[in-house]
Ligand binder design. Sequence first.
Ligand SMILES: Cc1cc2nc3c(=O)[nH]c(=O)nc-3n(C[C@H](O)[C@H](O)[C@H](O)COP(=O)(O)OP(=O)(O)OC[C@H]3O[C@@H](n4cnc5c(N)ncnc54)[C@H](O)[C@@H]3O)c2cc1C
Length: 416
Amino acid sequence: MRYSGLKILTEGLFGNRGWKPVWREPDPKAEYDVVIIGGGGHGLSTAYYLAKNHGITNVAVLEKGYLGGGNVGRNTTIVRANYFLPGNQEFYSHSLKLWEKLEGELNYNVMHSQRGLINLFHSDGQRDAFARRGNAMINQGDDAILLDREGVRRLLPYLDFDQTRFPIYGGLHHPRGGSARHDAVAWGYARGADQRGIDLIQNCEVTGIDIENGKVRGVRTTRGAIRAKKVAIVVAGRSSQVAAMAGMRLPIESHVLQAFVTEGLKPVIDHVISFGMGHFYISQSDKGGLVFGGDLDFYASYAARGNLPMVEHVMEAGMTLMPMIGKAKVLRSWGGIMDMSPDGSPIIDRTPTEGLYLNCGWNYGGFKAVPASGWCLAHLIATGESHEVARRFRLNRFATGHLLDEEGTGSQHNLH
Ligand SMILES: Cc1cc2nc3c(=O)[nH]c(=O)nc-3n(C[C@H](O)[C@H](O)[C@H](O)COP(=O)(O)OP(=O)(O)OC[C@H]3O[C@@H](n4cnc5c(N)ncnc54)[C@H](O)[C@@H]3O)c2cc1C
């Protein structure tokens, strides 16, 4: 079924009886060419691009819960291409270009909104760092505008420009940055993969990975054993646990990240804003809720909920930046399990086991990466070669010392 404005109109006139389920609910087959473990954004986009770009359709995505129930449906939806280091730059630039045509391609409204992202800076040193970053973005072919204090005031007049503790010196404006509706991205890719014949199997937890003579043979699941020529581990916060099933110890720690949303308000914030001194970022959803978040909870955990000290920290940062936020009522908060890598950059690579692939280390920035991550992992699985924009995302870089330390915080998982 193709979605269109006309379709909505006619369905509305005839009682909405013609809508079909968006994907099938197939039982798992005994064998697939490729099994993808994890039905989050990255697993689903990988399945979609395997079919679309490489014609590989004998594929199953195995999801232990429901599609989109993990981080892809829990994030704060910022989409941007404002990275500084070669290796990250070209990857996120590629991803943003895929975002820009995603809705047309998937025939699905993922509510991608390029409303502009503004990273605030609060000292001369931070201004220099953002000027360098902006130049790197422009050299990569993306967009960046360095704003002075008055430039920020013109766009974001409601910020507190008078406070003396963290004065606003200016901001780096990335007009093509913005947001999207997180779970719609999972649903859109799921629909596209299903339409191309890929089996999306929900409530199917992988409990073991079968390996013989150094080669992957398949997986064991709560719905029986499934043979596979190739298996990809794409489980974000659960990466260490699933990789352990293949005897691997990953350089990944799992940490909680919280997010918050307020009651619906009239349109007030028409950009995505990132506070340079308090690790606080905010945007407004199309429903009107202010969506915001901050730092990790700073302890490793598999609980998809956080703790009160970080709630207090995030609220304080919000109040410091824009005291008007104190009038909004927080409606709900939640947490997600982040797959933190030592250098804050991801891994898209083969593993020492033949036919077993790994996609993880997305930290708190993997939502914007969903299109390019699937594109590049599908390329690796189909061709055996790393895609040119993902060639630095190697698993062995932590052994060889070729870190991609974008934030310059060193090899500390919880500092990235
Ligand atoms: C609060 C919060 C805010 C964030 N904000 C942003 C942001 O603004 N911008 C941005 O770019 N990124 C953001 N992120 C990060 C982003 O959401 C993640 O990096 C990304 O979603 C991770 O990839 P995924 O979508 O594939 O993960 P997930 O959606 O978590 O998918 C992994 C799936 O694997 C499944 N799984 C696990 N174990 C098994 C098993 N044994 N068998 C079968 N299935 C299994 C899980 O159930 C899950 O559905 C944020 C994350 C959080 C939590």
